[in-house]
Design a protein around this ligand. Structure first.
Ligand code: NIG
Ligand code: FE
Length: 418
């Protein structure tokens, strides 16, 4: 239905200059229209001020079938959450309780908790159970303003269970109208049965998993946890070269626990994104910059497992494009609420509000290669956006810890009302 929304106190369009991921000073421009208006059917037909909309209405240039007035509200493109592990079973509340008593993420993993604890739960769960649990979390993410999301496998760690997780992803895509981008993360950890022969597991990933995932068209990207105690660059290279041969593109968990040169490797192999980067070196950042690799920052994880924050300001100063994402998962960051992530980005990563908005919308969309569809409010893109019960976007950051989202619209239709 042709709809005009007008009288929008703060219309955050993030429009213009969106051919490539934004970097440096480009991150500061959110292109806000005060007292804005937007006219759309499934796609955006026109964006401007309410005064301009009134003239167009008068001249018969736009003829809406419904008109909505949104005084005192903010409209923005919605969050593109480009890094999550949303399909899983069980919970790890016990680990959280140990961490607040002083145990570290790595100590818990060494004692058989961590990723492997979730792997055990996933292997026991049916596809329907996984779907039901994931749906619940996906609803919650959308209720908090997420309009497109990447979801990784990685809690199966054998052929059958990795495929099971990716099939659940596909089912979610059929059940929800938002973009769900699937990533194969068979190299998340080593399964217990291969703990002492990790290279044999790498063989299985390359010879069995990747060919099957590609044949069934179950993933767009391949990811690997390249870090101390997890995958080495040599192992990751084997996996990624195979993935590339099968048409999968590369994204990477990089330098989260220590500087192992994963950022440099991400640049060398042409990864679209290197994520976490808590301990990334200057040399790695140079390589990423030259390769155009996006630095995806996940401050919710630093907060939740009580680790240092990535050097976000330095990354921005070096003119490397940044994205902001949740890393939603049951172990290292258990929130699907991107508003909290943006709050942490400004208080603890040192970004400003505008940089945080650009990084979590259009740059997230670039990272998932869906920037022609979502991530900014521009003519020709999908009419997908979130309405905030705030008279200014700054209020979302200032009044923290609550859900400001009033409605989420997807492809021209109201999808959720809180
Ligand atoms: O991104 N770093 C590796 N993987 C996840 C943790 C997943 C888990 O603990 O279950 C992350 O933080
Ligand atoms: Fe992750």
């Amino acid at each position: 239905m042709k709809t005009l929304i007008k009288d929008i106190s703060s219309l955050v369009t993030i429009a213009g200059n969106n051919e490539k991921p934004r970097r440096g000073k480009e991150l500061d421009n959110i292109n806000e229209i005060q007292n804005g208006a937007i006219f759309f059917d499934e796609k955006i037909l026109w964006v401007g001020s309410t005064q301009e909309a009134e003239i167009k209405l008068h001249n018969g240039e736009i003829s809406p079938e419904q008109t909505i007035s949104l005084k005192g509200k903010t409209v923005f493109p919605g969050f593109v959450d480009s890094h999550t592990h949303l399909v899983f079973a069980g919970d790890r509340a016990n680990e959280f309780a140990l961490r607040v008593r002083g145990a570290t993420y790595q100590e818990i993993a060494e004692r058989g908790g961590g990723i492997i604890a979730t792997v055990k739960a996933v292997r026991k769960a049916s596809e329907d159970e996984l779907f039901e649990n994931a749906s619940k979390h996906l609803w919650s993410a959308i209720r908090h303003g997420t309009v497109a999301i990447e979801i990784k496998s990685g809690y199966g760690l054998d052929v059958e269970n990795e495929l099971k997780l990716l099939r659940v992803n596909k089912k979610l895509s059929g059940a929800f109208p938002i973009h769900i981008v699937p990533t194969f993360l068979g190299a998340h950890d080593f399964p217990p049965e291969y703990k002492n022969k990790p290279d044999d597991y790498v063989e299985i990933i390359c010879k069995e998993m990747i060919p099957k995932v590609a044949e069934l068209n179950l993933a767009k990207y391949c990811d690997c946890f390249v870090d101390k105690g997890y995958y080495t660059i040599q192992q990751a290279e084997k996996i990624f070269r195979t993935a590339q041969d099968y048409g999968l593109k590369i994204r990477m968990h990089a330098d989260e626990l220590a500087d192992v040169g994963a950022g440099r490797f991400a640049g060398e192999i042409g990864a679209i994104s290197a994520d976490h980067l808590l301990f990334v070196s200057d040399e790695s950042l140079e390589k990423m910059k030259n390769a155009g690799t996006i630095a995806t920052l996940l401050p919710g994880t630093s907060y939740f497992i009580r680790m240092p924050y990535a050097p976000a300001k330095k990354i921005v100063e070096k003119e490397i494009p940044i994205a902001l994402a949740s890393d939603f998962n049951p172990g290292s960051c258990f929130t699907e609420n991107m508003q909290i992530i943006l709050s942490l980005a400004v208080t603890n990563l040192g970004l400003n509000c505008e940089q945080a908005l650009v990084a979590s919308t259009i740059n997230g969309a670039h990272s998932l290669e869906i920037s022609s569809l979502v991530g900014s409010l521009e003519v020709g893109k999908e009419a997908t956006f979130a309405i905030l019960d705030c008279s200014s976007y700054v209020e979302m950051f200032y009044h923290y810890g609550i859900n400001h989202v009033k409605e989420v619209w997807v492809k021209g239709k109201k999808f959720i009302e809180n």
